[in-house]
Structures are given as structure tokens and as C-alpha cells.
Write a protein that binds this ligand. Structure first.
Ligand code: PHE
Length: 454
């Protein structure tokens, strides 16, 4: 239970490690290990990474802190939080609604990739992933993802798992599972990174990762980097507003934000260190798109002693990383249903899972039977990803910055940032300046330049 007396009956996190595990669990996910490497690969390697890190520090961190400020101050779900802080201004509720809506969209396509991950976990368990050539791994991937049934079953199965954790609740479901799964993932990635560095030609991968090539980096890449920073840090839709509502008044939310953003960024880079040496070592194209992890890493596993074991461990931790993120997305929906529509947790979670599974089928099939069905030239999957990550999340981040920078009472913000003067926060002035002036402007600029207005 959280100690916050206003909300003494609410379920909540038990302490610092629990909050960090849960928030980092939300941030670290497929975004880091599946998406970040292939986006970096498509957008000029380290050129992308430099801009990405800049966005994390200058935009991501202050927005993350703002979400903690809003959520903890209000002690409510994303919709309720805006309404509680500014009761007279109904328009902020729309920002909250957008957050709930985008949770559905992200989960729909997230389940597709999480489902692929579970298939690969299954293949490794049954010893069917080892002993193939590079081109066979491409075939295995294509045959599986184009199948009209199998990936859908895995996707639905993943959503059910997500629902089961969420219906147990915050302390016993979300916090407990993250505390076990997050350290496991970190240990495994470090082990794999060390192995990847010893592969022949691994230096080429590192070169790609650490020496910038701006020729593949366009205005579109800037938007991509912005979207990816929001997606990877779980920002712009109220995930952390919701989680922060379960955090007690004593916790240092500035420190938590730094740890979560730092861990998320390190893990993304670690994933790059695991993947790119292998990409170059096995002659795979770095711009391989969403299949990159699935066609690259099996080659590595096939090469190493005990590779079957590593494969199981890797796909298990990726499943787990996906789960700690998907539960945070579903929690946004469930907290809203529970507190605003007064639907109890179990029923809310079930409704969420059913609706998302149905939406998710379209995303999953867009790699198979629905491959040729496009919206603005994008498959359903790509359109959902683009709309959510590159449009709605930055718009959400923009709104959060405007809300905290221009509308929320300064005293409230200050008392949240310092936890009622418990902590001395030297960077308050910098934070205030970034959130009020720099961030809204920067997000606007990225938008305008990516649509060609500037
Ligand atoms: N941050 C998660 C990841 O990197 C995805 C996510 C996005 C989770 C938005 C919650 C909210 O995989």
C-alpha cells in the first residue's frame, strides 16, 4: 500500500526498488531490443544514436519527470489526473483520453512482435532454432510471420498473459514480476554483448554503431529519433502518470527519472552492441527492418557453445521485457476503466485484452494475408506504429510540457519535484526552463521539419 494518506486505500508500489523495477520495466522492452537497433540501422547508425540521446536528455527526461509530477500529485489514472489538477479546464481530459486510446494502438502491434518472440522462444526450447544457415534463418522468419494462424495465436496468448498479471494488481502482479524479470534481462544482455564482440568482423558493427554517417540521416530520421525516444521511455501517453499515482510522497522522483532513463538508454545501446557485430559478421543488412533481431541473433546462437541455452535465455528475457512493458500499457486502460467508469479491475483487464487482441490480429496479419492492404502507403502494422510512436506520443509529450510549463500551479510542481522539500533539487531551474520553453518548441520544430514546412 502506498503511504500517501489521500489515497490510502489504493494499491501501490512498496518502495524504491519496486518503483524503479516497474518503471524501468515499462521503459525497457521491445522498443530497446527489437526496435532501436533496426531504426539505428535504417537511419545511419550512430548519427541516429547521437540525436536519439540528445532527445532523451533534453526532452525525454524532463517529460518523464513531468509525468511523475502529474501522476503523483493527482493520484489518479491519466484522464483523472489532468481533471483533478485542472478541474475547470475540461480540454485536458482529452489529452488523457488520447493516452488511453494510444495504449490500445500500441498494444495491438506490440503483441505482434511479442508473439514472434514467443514463437522463437518455443523454437529454441524445442531445439528447432539451431543448426541453420544465414539464409535459412531468413526463410524461417518469413515463413512464420506470413503464416495466417500461428503468429495470431501467439499474439493472443501474449495478451492473455499480460491481462493475467494486470488483474492480480500493482503490488503483487506488476511490481513482483518486474523485480525478478528486469535483473535477469540485464545479466543476459551483458553476457551476449561480450560474446558478440568476439565474433569475426565484430569491429565493423561497432564502427557502424559509434562513427556517425549522416548521409543516411534525413529529416525523417529526426522525427523517427524523437518518436523512438518517446516510445522507448514510455512517455507521452500517461503510463508513467499512472505508475506515479502508485508512488508514495517520500520517493525521490527526480532520481527515479534519471535511473529509469539511464537504464533504458544503456540497454538500447547494449542491444546495439549485441546485434550489430553479428549483423556484419554474418553479412546481414543493417537496414533489415523489423525482422532484424529475429534473423540476426539465431546466427550468433548457432555459433556459440551452449547456443541453445543462450537462445532460450535471450528469447525468454525478451518475452519478459515485453511483458513488463505491455502490463504498463494495459494498466493505463485498466486504471481508467476502474476509476472513471467504475468497472472493477478483473472485468476491465478482460475487456482490454479482448479488444486489443482483436485489433492486434490486423497488425499481425499485415505481415501475411493483409500484406498488400496499405494506409497511406504503410501496412496496418507500420501505420499503427507510425501513428502511435511518431505522432501521438510526441503530441502527448507536447501537451504534457504545456500543461506543466504553463498551466499547473508552480507550488504544486515544486513540492512534487522536491517531495515536499525532502530533497534538494539543484536542477529545478533547468527543468523548469526546458519544460516551459525548449520542449514545446523543439517538438513543434521536429514536426514541421519532418512534414517539410521548414
Ligand atoms: N517503452 C516500451 C518499450 O520500449 C514500450 C512502451 C511504450 C510502453 C509506451 C509503455 C508506453 O518497449
Amino acid at each position: 500500500m502506498i503511504k500517501n494518506s489521500k489515497n490510502s486505500k489504493r494499491d501501490g508500489f512498496t518502495g524504491k526498488f519496486g518503483i524503479i523495477a516497474a518503471a524501468a520495466g515499462s521503459a525497457v522492452g521491445l522498443g530497446n531490443i527489437w526496435k532501436f537497433p533496426y531504426e539505428a540501422g535504417e537511419n545511419g547508425g550512430s548519427a541516429f544514436i547521437i540525436v536519439y540521446i540528445l532527445f532523451v536528455v533534453l526532452i525525454g527526461l524532463p517529460v518523464m519527470l513531468s509525468e511523475f509530477v502529474i501522476g503523483r500529485n493527482a493520484g489518479k489514472n491519466v484522464f483523472g489526473a489532468f481533471r483533478t489538477i485542472k478541474p475547470g479546464q475540461k480540454v485536458w481530459g482529452l489529452v488523457g483520453m488520447l493516452g488511453v486510446l494510444v495504449a490500445f494502438i500500441i498494444l495491438a502491434f506490440y503483441g505482434t512482435i511479442a508473439g514472434w518472440t514467443m514463437e522463437y522462444l518455443y523454437l529454441s526450447f524445442t531445439n528447432n532454432l539451431s543448426g541453420h544457415s544465414s539464409s535459412e534463418y531468413v526463410d524461417i522468419f518469413n515463413t512464420f510471420t506470413q503464416n495466417p494462424i500461428r503468429p495470431v495465436l501467439w499474439q493472443v496468448f501474449f495478451m492473455i498473459l499480460t491481462g493475467l498479471i494486470v488483474l492480480v494488481g500493482v503490488k503483487n502482479g506488476i511490481e513482483k514480476s518486474a523485480k525478478i524479470m528486469m535483473p535477469l534481462l540485464l545479466i543476459l544482455l551483458i553476457g551476449l554483448g561480450i560474446k558478440a564482440l568476439t565474433l569475426p568482423d565484430s569491429y565493423k558493427g561497432l564502427q557502424f554503431l559509434f562513427s556517425p554517417d549522416f548521409s543516411n540521416f534525413t529529416y525523417k530520421s529526426v522525427l523517427e529519433a524523437l518518436g523512438q525516444s518517446f516510445f522507448s521511455l514510455s512517455l507521452g501517453m500517461g503510463t508513467l502518470i499512472t505508475y506515479a499515482s502508485y508512488v508514495s510522497k517520500d520517493e525521490n522522483i527526480v532520481e527515479t527519472s534519471f535511473i529509469v532513463a539511464g537504464a533504458d538508454t544503456l540497454i538500447a545501446i547494449l542491444a546495439g552492441i549485441v546485434i550489430f557485430p553479428a549483423v556484419f559478421s554474418f553479412g546481414i543488412s543493417p537496414g533489415g527492418g523489423p525482422g532484424l533481431v529475429f534473423v540476426t541473433l539465431p546466427n550468433v546462437f548457432a555459433q556459440i557453445q551452449g547456443g541453445e541455452f543462450f537462445a532460450i535465455a535471450f528469447f525468454l528475457s525478451l518475452t519478459v521485457a515485453a511483458l513488463t512493458s505491455s502490463i504498463s500499457l494495459l494498466e493505463v486502460i485498466v486504471a481508467y476503466f476502474k476509476e472513471e467508469l467504475k468497472i472493477e479491475r478483473k472485468v476491465s483487464a478482460t475487456i482490454g485484452v479482448v479488444v486489443i487482441s482483436i485489433l492486434g490480429v490486423f497488425c499481425t496479419l499485415s505481415y501475411g494475408p493483409l500484406k498488400n492492404f496499405t494506409i497511406f502507403g504503410k501496412t496496418i502494422f507500420d501505420a499503427a506504429d507510425f501513428l502511435a510512436s511518431n505522432i501521438i506520443l510526441p503530441v502527448g509529450g507536447f501537451s504534457i510540457a504545456i500543461f506543466v510549463g504553463w498551466f499547473m500551479d508552480q507550488e504544486k510542481i515544486k513540492s512534487e519535484v522536491t517531495s515536499d522539500n525532502k530533497y534538494k533539487i539543484k536542477i529545478y531551474g533547468v527543468y523548469r526552463f526546458l519544460i516551459k520553453y525548449v520542449i514545446p518548441f523543439a517538438i513543434l520544430l521536429v514536426f514541421l521539419s519532418s512534414i517539410g514546412v521548414i
